[in-house]
Design a protein around this ligand. Structure first.
Ligand code: ATP
Ligand code: MG
Length: 399
């Protein structure tokens, strides 16, 4: 919405522009042909310029009345031609040009205007065909097609807009595919325990089982319910992280302390696996302690899951090779990750060999990735001779 003050300012700026321009040209006339020529030039150009600028300003504000862009451009061309013709006609009159010369001047104006209008139409047609292509693509996308592309090539603003539209459609297609995959994975992961729950409940309900078996079934049901609620919690957290809904406070955290706490908390679950900690003192990072704990728990839990009872897990935290980063590593001497899986393990619901990792939903590393990314960091699989080494780097906070 343009307010009144803004409108006035624009009108005044237009008038000032027209007057300054005619003043400049008057000076040239003055230098070349003296005072009379200068007065005539100014008397002729200034009103013409002011009227044209005001008409253009009015048109710019009411151009929607013309309808399509083609018509709007046509009106602009008409205004240009009219003021050109008016200037020539006024000059012919004020300079006492003979009827003969005035006639030829009018012919030249007519010819030049027609050629200019033709050229403008050509340019306009190209630009508007790009607009049509963008519009057709957006309509197709709105109707559900995801393979539509504008096909506009070039270096102007319309080409940039078309490129943005193409990128948007591609991203939309990718997101929709990822969402469909996610829904399929969630449905699958929900269906399996729910089927078991129904069978167990039916068995109990139908009085098919004796007392001890019933208790055993109830315990199994409880396990399924726990797994289900963990899955739903993880899924909820991942969705929130991925949608950028980050309602946590960032603070300066002592990463070395956090690592030691996480290891001590997980040590009982490691059983006979020996767990080592190796951290530099006083490692400060900007982050949310609970979320970073979550990352550490997930990584250590993975290491425990995939390491044999006589194996070793080492958690290291040091200043990274890049001076502004802290790097944390969770390394184990377990089964390692096959090269085919390495690119996929950070994807939601990706699980490696199911026989070994039956208890996980495949969300742990995806959640770690989202948390680390929300901290402005990155996570990756480092090369390891034995087992697996997962590393993540966070921006260092000044002490
Ligand atoms: N330390 C590791 N050693 C070997 N394989 C691993 C290790 N960490 C992860 N993986 C592989 O990566 C897969 C994905 O790990 P992720 O943590 O995302 O899921 P998960 O552990 O299977 O389930 P969740 O973490 O949701 O309980 C695992 O299924 C496993 O195949
Ligand atoms: Mg995991």
């Amino acid at each position: 919405m343009i307010d009144r003050a803004d409108t006035r300012r624009r009108f005044l700026a237009g008038i000032a522009f027209a007057l300054a321009l005619s003043g400049g040209i008057t000076l040239l006339a003055l230098a070349g042909y003296g005072t009379h020529a200068a007065v005539v030039t100014f008397a002729l150009l200034a009103p013409l310029g002011v009227v044209t600028v005001l008409a253009a300003e009015w048109w710019a504000r009411h151009r929607q009345r013309a309808g399509g862009l083609r018509r709007q451009f046509a009106v602009v061309a008409l205004v240009a031609v009219l003021q050109f013709a008016a200037a020539v006609a006024l000059f012919a009159r004020l300079m006492f040009v003979s009827a003969h010369d005035a006639f030829f001047a009018a012919l030249v104006v007519l010819y030049a205007s027609a050629v200019a209008a033709w050229t403008a139409r050509l340019l306009g047609r190209e630009a508007l065909s790009d607009v049509d292509a963008i519009r057709a693509t957006l309509t197709a996308v709105g109707e559900g097609r995801r393979d539509a592309r504008t096909g506009v090539i070039g270096r102007d603003e319309l080409a940039a807009l078309a490129a943005d539209v193409d990128v948007m459609v591609e991203r939309l297609a990718g997101e929709e595919e990822a969402r469909a995959t996610l829904i399929a994975a969630v449905s699958h992961d929900l269906r399996t325990p729910i089927t078991s729950l129904r069978l167990l409940a039916d068995a109990i309900d139908d009085d098919l089982v004796d007392g001890p078996t019933r208790r055993e079934y109830a315990a199994r049901m409880s396990t399924h319910v726990t797994a289900l609620s963990a899955l739903i919690d993880d899924l909820f957290e991942l969705t929130r992280l991925q949608s950028g809904d980050l309602q946590w406070t960032m603070q300066q955290v002592r990463l070395d302390v956090l690592v030691c706490e996480a290891v001590e908390a997980m040590r009982p679950a490691a059983g006979t696996i020996s767990v080592h900690v190796d951290t530099a003192a006083e490692l400060h990072a900007a982050g949310n302690p609970e979320k970073l704990q979550r990352v550490l728990f997930n990584l250590i839990q993975n290491a425990i899951r995939h390491t044999p009872p006589d194996g070793t897990i080492t958690v290291r935290a040091h200043a990274g090779p890049a001076a502004h980063e802290v790097e944390v590593e969770v390394a184990d001497t377990g089964s390692g990750i096959p090269s085919d899986d390495r690119a996929l393990v950070f994807e939601p619901f990706y699980r490696g060999n199911r026989a070994r990792t039956d208890s996980g939903a495949g969300l742990g590393l995806a959640i770690c990735t989202a948390i680390v990314a929300a901290h402005g960091g990155r996570i990756w699989l480092a090369d390891a001779d034995v087992g697996t080494s997962v590393r993540f780097a966070l921006p260092l906070a000044s002490a």
